[in-house]
Design a protein around this ligand. Structure first.
Ligand SMILES: [Zn+2]
Ligand SMILES: [Zn+2]
Length: 264
């Protein structure tokens, strides 16, 4: 056991990992009566004028609405992070679809997921909600058609650090062979192992669970930017797989190339 305080150990580790520090934003939320045209988790989304509810591209069932974020509601330093418009995520949570589909939900550009940015001037709040056919949470009933709305009312800035999966991809190892981060202390190692913020967040680093996926833009083959993380059981009462995280990625050049990946 070292005689250092937890604060001293943390300060030492953070200074050694300073090159992996990024700004990230935790959404601050409140619950309330649903308003379709708002930035939120759950509730009822806006749709484009004349559009019917999005269907799963694999099983044709109505997809569940998870999340929408208007770029006007972003932190003032991040207003251009994904462009101008309303970012939305729909996902087919049907167990039957998951079992029978040829499209495992974890891969990008998946017909079982709709992630898009729509023009706020072209949307309507006059949305006809579909009848969902499957319960989507182990202790919820089929009649619980939608998640209760949680509005994003503000953001808390946090320091985010790449977790060990991301660092090792960049060939940065926490061992004696690396001159930059020589570590011979279990307490430091355990803390440094996984410093990435594990909950819902805007920007920062994706908190990969087991392995990193390289998400490439289909137009230019460049690595896409991480935009948003949806964690299991945080602002939405939903568990992705084995308590995994979901990530939204976008090409910085081809902004229409935006996708979701299941980070298991
Ligand atoms: Zn489906
Ligand atoms: Zn591109």
């Amino acid at each position: 056991m070292s005689d250092r305080s937890p604060e001293e150990i943390r300060a030492t580790v953070l200074s050694k990992l300073a090159q992996f520090k990024r700004k990230s934003w935790k959404p601050l939320v409140r619950e309330g009566e649903d308003i379709p045209a708002s930035s939120k988790f759950g509730g009822t989304p806006v749709l484009c004028h004349g559009e019917s509810w999005p269907l799963c591209g694999a099983c044709q069932s109505p997809m569940r609405f998870f999340f929408q974020l208007d770029s006007q509601d972003l932190p003032s330093t991040e207003v251009q992070i994904f462009g101008n418009g309303i970012l939305q995520l729909f996902y087919c949570s049907s167990y039957e679809c998951d079992v029978h589909s040829d499209h495992p939900a974890r891969f990008p550009f998946n017909p079982r997921v709709l992630v898009r940015i729509i023009d706020r001037d072209l949307v309507t709040s006059e949305v006809i909600e579909p009848k969902m056919t499957d319960p989507f949470h182990y202790d919820w009933k089929i009649e619980d058609n939608f998640f209760r709305a949680r509005f994003i009312v503000d953001w808390e800035e946090i320091d985010d650090y790449a977790n060990f999966i991301e660092r090792e991809r960049l060939e940065f190892y926490l061992n004696d062979y690396d001159d930059d981060f020589e570590i011979d202390d279990d307490e430091e190692y355990n803390l440094a192992h996984d410093l990435s913020y594990p909950k819902d967040k805007l920007s920062g680093w994706p908190d990969w669970c087991n392995g990193k996926e390289l998400v490439e833009c289909p137009s230019c083959q460049r690595e896409m930017n991480f935009i948003f993380q949806l964690a299991s059981e945080d602002n939405l009462p939903y568990c992705w797989g084995d308590v995994d995280n979901e990530f939204i990625f976008q090409c910085p050049e081809h902004r229409e190339q935006i996708t979701y990946i299941w980070g298991c």
